[in-house]
Design a binder for this molecule. Sequence first.
Ligand SMILES: Cc1cc2nc3c(=O)[nH]c(=O)nc-3n(C[C@H](O)[C@H](O)[C@H](O)COP(=O)(O)O)c2cc1C
Length: 178
Amino acid sequence: MKKLVVISSSPRKDGNSETLAKEFIRGAMDAGNEAELIVLRDYDLKYCTGCYSCAKTGKCFMDDGMNEISQKLIAADVIVFATPVYFYSMSGQLKVMIDRLVPSYREMKADIYMIATQYDNDKEIMEMTFDSIRGATKYCFNNCEEKGLIYGTELWEKKDASVREDYLEQAYNMGKKI
Ligand SMILES: Cc1cc2nc3c(=O)[nH]c(=O)nc-3n(C[C@H](O)[C@H](O)[C@H](O)COP(=O)(O)O)c2cc1C
């Protein structure tokens, strides 16, 4: 049994990326794994101030829930980052959370999956968004390894993903195989 933590970073409840994230979780749980969905819009995460007090204390001085999220990510075997594409990049909400991982990212040792959803039908262009996340996951999280990607193209309105059987199936099956 693996411990899965899924970060949903869209401000839209039950939007496209969150719908696929939940299917991923459903697959993972059906295969006997433990899963937790962390919804960033339920938090009011502040920006990293770059003070580096965490280098001395091992945690952030701000008490806004980020230290608890960090502990969950450290304990995870599998982490999924789910994001809408915002101007060819990850959502601001996800970027703010990743910046807050300075005290904890070296301790993370998980398989990484990424789910992105966008209006555009160009899959290649979505690499820019994945690359924006890879700045952390590939170049900094040295004990983590990228294992899977979901390119949710041609998804615009909030409910578009919920009727895309192909994407739903892909997310479910990927979750099942973690
Ligand atoms: C601020 C903003 C920026 C966006 N930028 C892009 C973009 O660069 N490319 C694109 O194809 N779609 C873009 N979109 C559309 C969203 O990526 C698309 O609707 C996505 O499916 C939303 O996912 P969600 O429902 O999980 O929030 C943008 C939407 C917003 C609100």
